[in-house]
Ligand binder design. Structure first.
Ligand code: ZN
Ligand code: ZN
Length: 592
């Protein structure tokens, strides 16, 4: 229903826009779009041929039996693919495409340019030994139930023959690797060994294959195991001991030029990395000021006449620690998540914040064991080729926790924070965004969807909900929200500072623990993640700040005509697209 309405709206706008310039443009647009749609189908087919492992990961199974050897030939193959399709893109006049296709055009272009940049400039294939790991693509064949196990084992067997050549090429590629990535490669590849041993054996037991065939698979699996083991030994005994940070090892800090470039490819922001970093630093100071006000306000309620800490950060921490003790019981943790969802829906409907499709309720479940990890709650949505499957809200179980672990976990995800997480992950955050993006299906957007927009939207909705009065504007709710928000802000500061400004581990931990009120374990984990990844930690705050800034810009521009519900629905109707393009298209539309 909504989808049709939006389409008609878009069509009407397209026609209106075109009337001004040229009578034939509307017709041109339709023809161009049809041509572009055909181009997209060809492009995706070809993409999966070049990246069969990626295809497997998103649920496209035609090339499951192929393992690409990561050598010079395959890199040349990728470069040829990128060049050919960048050339074909130039046959389309972007302005003559529909808004949806304009964004798809940009996403394809960005993906191909990013491929070229990765191979030629960034050269992760040289310095990151953890890029080489066959584990996941083999594990998927055993665990994903898309075809009979017999068939999946056939693909498994076919790929096995390439594992030796795969690791030989990996060794050939590696040159002055970074220390944390070398250590990660050792740990992760070692973790993959089990897939070819116990996990494979489990699967072989379940199928009716001739015993000789099973024996061949076992023999080849053993060869794969020894290829992986050799790679691990080589990294551990020959490579790692000779690595000295900044000398024989490449620094894990990618530094300004590469960071700026990677930021543009991965985030596709209207801001530069430095602009976003400066905004984050400013936001952190604003938050500290606001938090100190709230902590002062709350002090008498929780501490009566006790003496107040003199230092603001210490005062804030003490109030936060106390508020954290209000939390769900370990046995009803999932239940308290479930109970909140209808409350969020009601609030959004009462306040008229955006349309929620009542036919698409969210299924809450305990995180299945095979997905269990660190996250307390996460949205599990079907892949681009599996649209009919359910979307789940996975809630982590505390059943195996000791009382101390459970208590610490429950405090971290206390009464206040849990509500913000539900906003972020479910309604109106990730889940709602997903429902909207599925209304304008685009394979391109589900494959190359913009992570900064997706995360940014979820982070934006946290603030928006509180601004609209969710949580009755209680100082407790605001203070705990600020603490949560500070995490996204500090992720950006951390990422940029570590890679561009040479921030030390000590300073990083100080930022997270003293200034962002995190626990030491969380902070240490984040430091490690920040040394292994680049730019990704910026996505949350960048997307948020772009959406928030855009909304405020629009409010100013439209004055009384600004309508929050319209803004949200229109914004989401473009799918998981970079915020800067959504902004461009919405602004363009306003002119007409
Ligand atoms: Zn407790
Ligand atoms: Zn998120």
């Amino acid at each position: 229903m909504l989808y049709k309405k939006l389409c008609l709206l878009l069509l009407a706008v397209a026609i209106l826009a075109s009337c001004k310039n040229n009578k034939n443009t509307a017709y041109d647009t339709k023809e161009n779009d049809e041509r572009f749609d055909r181009f997209k189908s060809r492009f995706i087919e070809e993409l999966w041929k070049v990246y069969p492992g990626w295809a497997n990961g998103v649920g496209y199974h035609k090339y499951d039996s192929i393992l690409v050897i990561p050598d010079g030939n395959s890199r040349q193959n990728e470069l040829n693919f990128a060049k050919a399709y960048l050339d074909s893109l130039r046959n389309f006049k972007i302005a003559k495409l529909s808004a949806h296709n304009q964004i798809d055009y940009r996403l394809i272009e960005n993906q191909l340019k990013s491929t070229e940049w990765n191979i030629r400039q960034f050269k992760q294939w040289q310095w990151d030994p953890s890029m080489y790991n066959v584990g996941e693509s083999f594990a998927l064949l055993l665990t994903e139930n898309y075809a009979p196990l017999e068939n999946r084992l056939k693909s498994f067997a076919a790929k096995l023959n390439k594992v030796e050549a795969y690791y030989a090429a990996a060794k050939e590629n590696i040159n002055q690797p970074s220390i944390p990535h070398t250590e990660l490669a050792i740990a992760q590849n070692r973790g993959s060994l089990d897939i070819f041993g116990a996990m494979l054996e489990d699967s072989l037991k379940k199928v009716n294959l001739p015993e000789t065939e099973k024996q061949t698979i076992r023999a080849n699996a053993n060869k794969a195991i020894s290829a992986i083991q050799q790679y691990v030994n080589w990294l551990e005994k020959d490579v790692r001991p000779g690595l000295v940070e900044g000398k024989t090892a490449r620094s894990f800090r990618i530094e300004k030029e590469l960071f700026d470039e990677k930021f543009q490819f991965d985030i596709q922001s209207g801001y530069t990395a430095e602009e976003v970093y400066n905004k984050a630093v400013k936001r952190k100071e604003e938050l500290h000021t606001e938090m100190a006000k709230l902590a002062n306000q709350l002090w008498p309620k929780y501490f009566a006449n006790q003496p107040k800490p003199q230092v603001n950060l210490a005062l804030i921490r003490k109030v936060i620690d106390t508020l954290s003790t209000t939390h769900a019981h370990r046995d009803s943790f999932q239940l308290s998540v479930e109970k909140q969802l209808p409350e969020l829906v009601k609030f959004i409907n009462d306040k008229n914040l955006l349309y929620l499709d009542p036919k698409k309720p969210l299924v809450v479940r305990q995180t299945p064991d095979y997905m269990a990890g660190f996250s307390v709650a996460s949205i599990n949505s079907p892949g681009p080729y599996d649209k009919e499957a359910n979307t789940y809200y996975n809630v982590g179980s505390l059943k195996d926790y000791t009382p101390e672990m459970a208590e610490s976990h429950l405090r971290e995800y206390n009464k206040y924070t849990l509500q913000i997480i539900n906003i972020h992950e479910a309604i109106p955050g990730h889940y709602t965004q997903l429902v909207y993006s599925n209304q304008s299906p685009s394979l391109i957007k589900s494959i190359f969807g913009n992570g900064a927009m997706v995360e940014g939207w979820a982070v934006y909705t946290e603030r928006m909900m509180l601004e609209e009065g969710y949580g009755n504007n209680s100082p407790e709710m605001w203070l705990m929200y600020y603490k949560w928000h500070l995490r996204a802000v500090c992720n950006t500061i951390l990422d940029y500072s570590i890679h561009v400004k040479n921030m030390s581990e000590k300073d990083a931990l100080d930022l997270m623990i003293r200034e962002a009120f995190q626990q030491e374990a969380e902070a240490k984990g984040k430091w490690r993640r920040a040394t292994l990844s680049q730019v990704q930690l910026c996505s949350y705050f960048t997307g948020y700040t772009e959406i928030y800034d855009f909304r405020e810009e629009l409010k100013k521009k439209q004055g009384d005509k600004f309508n929050l519900k319209n803004f949200h629905e229109k914004f989401l109707s473009y799918g998981s697209a970079p915020v800067k393009y959504i902004r461009e298209l919405m602004m363009e539309e306003l002119k007409n």
